[in-house]
Design a protein around this ligand. Structure first.
Ligand SMILES: [Zn+2]
Ligand SMILES: [Zn+2]
Length: 107
């Protein structure tokens, strides 16, 4: 997400809340939503189906069925991301030239 500070716009990860230092690897979703590489790694490992329909912070879809795995950071349990976005972000992150990380796609 973005917020206005006296010395400019600050971008931070929507999930862990970390401010972007201008260098860390991050992937953008809709409406300025952002996930950082650390969150993405954890999310790919820990995403799981939950209870009830939910809204994804990155693609802004709502009424996502409970069977679609989701993830949230312990710091912000209300901020959810769906597995489709995680996979898209993982692909984008793997292709980014300055990111030393490759996604091991399951299957
Ligand atoms: Zn994060
Ligand atoms: Zn999504």
């Amino acid at each position: 997400m973005q917020r206005e500070e006296p010395d400019g716009v600050v971008i931070s990860c929507d999930f862990c809340g970390m401010d972007w230092d201008g260098e860390a690897a991050m992937v953008e979703g809709h409406h300025g939503s952002v996930i950082c590489l650390e969150c993405l790694k954890k999310a790919l490992a820990d995403a799981a189906p939950g209870e009830g329909k939910y809204k994804c912070t990155l693609c802004l879809r709502f009424n996502i069925p409970p069977a679609m795995p989701r993830w949230s950071h312990a710091a912000r349990p209300q901020t959810l991301v769906c597995q489709e976005c995680l996979h898209q972000a993982a692909k984008a992150m793997s292709k980014a030239p300055h990111v030393e990380w490759q996604w091991d796609k399951p299957g």
